[in-house]
Design a binder for this molecule. Structure first.
Ligand code: NI
Length: 172
């Protein structure tokens, strides 16, 4: 019986070179396309006042008080919320707009501020019947209210200031 150990390395076949060429071409085309995309962000700032109370009904009064402090006040308390809506995308070839700001302002007014302004978030809004109206949750609710009103190709981001110093971002 004879055994042979081959130390030869098989040279790559023609198919290998064709594959390499194809992948290089795809990478080159992607880079070219990407360099032509000019993405710009536009921001619209709006404002609303609202009352809320942070409370977890599954916890004792003592625990709610310990975790949420003044924000657990049974008589509620108010904030001057500053809402910033950011849209990112390519400016339209004809208008030069990423999004018409008048339309964005109207969208925010109709879907968010008209519903939220001068309201008690816990009592007046269905969204917070069983959801703690923290700045985080309010930002997520606002995002969900606006997302399907804006074209999928535009990236949407919400910034919500509960105080001058405390603000949240969604999606983060
Ligand atoms: Ni508060």
């Amino acid at each position: 019986m004879r055994f042979s150990i081959s130390s030869e390395i098989t040279p790559p076949g023609q198919l290998y070179y064709v594959k390499c060429l194809f992948i290089s071409a795809v990478i080159y085309i992607c880079r070219c396309l990407n360099s032509q995309i000019m993405r710009v962000a536009v921001y619209r700032k709006e404002h609303f006042n609202a009352a809320h109370r942070l409370n977890n009904p599954d916890w004792s009064d003592e625990k709610n008080d310990r975790v949420f402090g003044k924000c657990n006040n049974p008589g509620f308390h108010g904030h001057n919320y500053e809402l910033v809506v950011k849209l990112t995308g390519e400016p339209d070839k004809d208008t030069g707009y990423v999004f018409d700001m008048k339309k964005l302002s109207a969208l925010i007014r109709e879907n968010v501020t008209q519903r939220f302004d001068h309201k008690n978030l816990n009592l007046d809004l269905e969204e917070f019947k069983s959801l703690n109206p923290t700045a985080e949750n309010i930002a997520v609710v606002i995002y969900d209210l606006l997302r399907d009103k804006i074209a999928d190709g535009l990236e949407l981001k919400i910034y919500l200031y509960e105080t001058e110093r405390n603000f949240v971002e969604y999606p983060a």
